[in-house]
Design a binder for this molecule. Structure first.
Ligand code: NI
Length: 139
């Protein structure tokens, strides 16, 4: 980490109290770590909003007995313009599988890719989480 900068912030006691309570519940050791996480989340969200390159984690729960479903999901992963970095498959029970796909690309591309997977018939539940280091914004 580069040299730390100190700054002071003015806010109401009510807001500070709520923040401190939440930090305590979440197990933060101090306010600085909480503020750092908030700022990073703000920067990552800005990268996503500006359609910069980020990382997407897509989870899919599906019934692998549905005809052609597995092949369709694989084909979509081969055909996307997003860069699929890794895919993990977990056999949850006799019927159900969990697939976790990690891909890199612009936010809009990843949204379209995830929507295409989640929308396949037989996919019971799907989620996309976009994340990044927050380091791609201009300094
Ligand atoms: Ni399976």
């Amino acid at each position: 980490m580069s040299e730390a900068v100190r700054f002071s912030v003015s806010l109401s006691e009510e807001l500070m109290g709520g923040f401190d309570k939440l930090l305590d519940q979440k197990g933060y050791e101090n306010r600085s770590e909480g503020i750092r996480d908030l700022i990073r989340d703000f920067l990552v969200q800005e990268e996503i909003d500006k359609n910069r390159e980020v990382v997407g984690v897509i989870t899919l729960v599906y019934d692998h007995h549905v005809r052609e479903l597995t092949n369709t999901l694989i084909s979509k992963q081969h055909d996307t313009t997003a860069e699929v970095i890794s895919a993990m498959h977990v056999h949850l029970d006799h019927h159900n599988c969990l697939e976790v796909v990690v891909a890199r690309g612009k936010g809009k591309v990843l949204h379209a890719f995830a929507d295409g997977l989640i929308g396949v018939r037989g996919v019971k539940h799907g989620k996309l989480v976009l994340t990044s280091t927050g380091a791609e914004l201009p300094k």
